[in-house]
Design a protein around this ligand. Structure first.
Ligand SMILES: Nc1ccn([C@@H]2O[C@H](COP(=O)(O)OP(=O)(O)OP(=O)(O)O)[C@@H](O)[C@H]2O)c(=O)n1
Ligand SMILES: C[C@](O)(CO)[C@H](O)COP(=O)(O)O
Length: 226
């Protein structure tokens, strides 16, 4: 079986959350969001190697939080970059192995399930990639330069989530690219390098905590789980 790695990217500042503390450190259910996320991967497997990417200046803050919450999960902490692409690349550089599987997951998606993580690794092992997604529930319109808009066929689209899981050999190759403005996730980087992307079923519960209302939704979700 190939070695399995997870890069949890938490190197952002959370500007859309509108608070000074990075949103990945905000508590939900009495525990920082990032600790929930890390625990989900540990529940999936005690063997998976977890790398956590943080803003360099926030590493002492994270260490203090770990002491405060007596959080002792073994993870390798790595300084992030200015963009998500750079943060992923910094994490990837720490994985010395040539072969294996790597899942990249947003630190602010704490509702990922062990089943979804497993599905990602199993699919990527077979096909090279596995990118979680969900169908759209709302109607979609394409806005034109003149301000008018056109209905589009929503069945042709998917909303993309993480985890996004890849065979290391192709992922490392893809991340040799120079950064492009349209790299919004790892799938766009891997596709740019010419590799096909396999989609897998994600979950509507697997939300990315981005704006203040997501915090309230997350608190409610935790209450319903616990
Ligand atoms: N330089 C960056 C930017 C983002 N991320 C991570 O990528 C994930 C998804 O990004 P997003 O939700 O946009 O987080 P932020 O960049 O922190 O938020 P914002 O765009 O509101 O500032 C987050 O876990 C974030 O910490 C990262 O590791 N390094
Ligand atoms: C990676 C991602 O979560 C997939 O949906 C998304 O692209 C991150 O976007 P953001 O603008 O960095 O939040």
């Amino acid at each position: 079986m190939r070695n399995r790695y997870v890069i949890i990217v938490a190197g952002g500042s959370g500007s859309r959350m509108g608070v000074t503390m990075p949103k990945q450190f905000l508590p939900i259910g009495g525990l920082p969001i990032l600790m929930h996320t890390i625990r989900r991967f540990r529940v999936y497997s005690s063997a998976v190697q977890i790398l956590v990417v943080l803003p360099a200046e926030q590493i002492p803050v994270w260490e203090a939080l770990c002491r405060q919450y007596q959080f002792e999960e073994p993870v390798l902490v790595i300084p992030g970059g200015k963009t998500r692409f750079q943060s992923v690349r910094n994490g990837l550089e720490q994985i010395r192995a040539a072969d294996g599987l790597v899942a990249v997951h947003d630190g602010v998606r704490p509702f990922v399930t062990p089943e979804l993580i497993r599905s990602g690794f199993e699919t990527a092992d077979r096909t090279g990639s596995a990118v979680a997604c969900v169908p759209l529930k709302d109607s979609v319109r394409l806005v034109q330069p003149d301000g008018s808009s056109l209905a589009v066929d929503r069945t042709s689209y998917r909303l993309i989530q993480t985890p996004q899981t890849f065979q290391l050999i192709l992922f490392k190759d893809a991340f040799r690219a120079s950064e492009q403005s349209f790299f919004t996730d790892c799938a766009s980087v891997v596709e740019y390098a010419g590799y096909p992307i396999t989609l897998i079923d994600g979950s509507y519960d697997n939300i990315k905590i981005t704006t203040p209302e997501d915090l309230e939704i997350s608190e409610q979700k935790l209450r319903s789980i616990e």
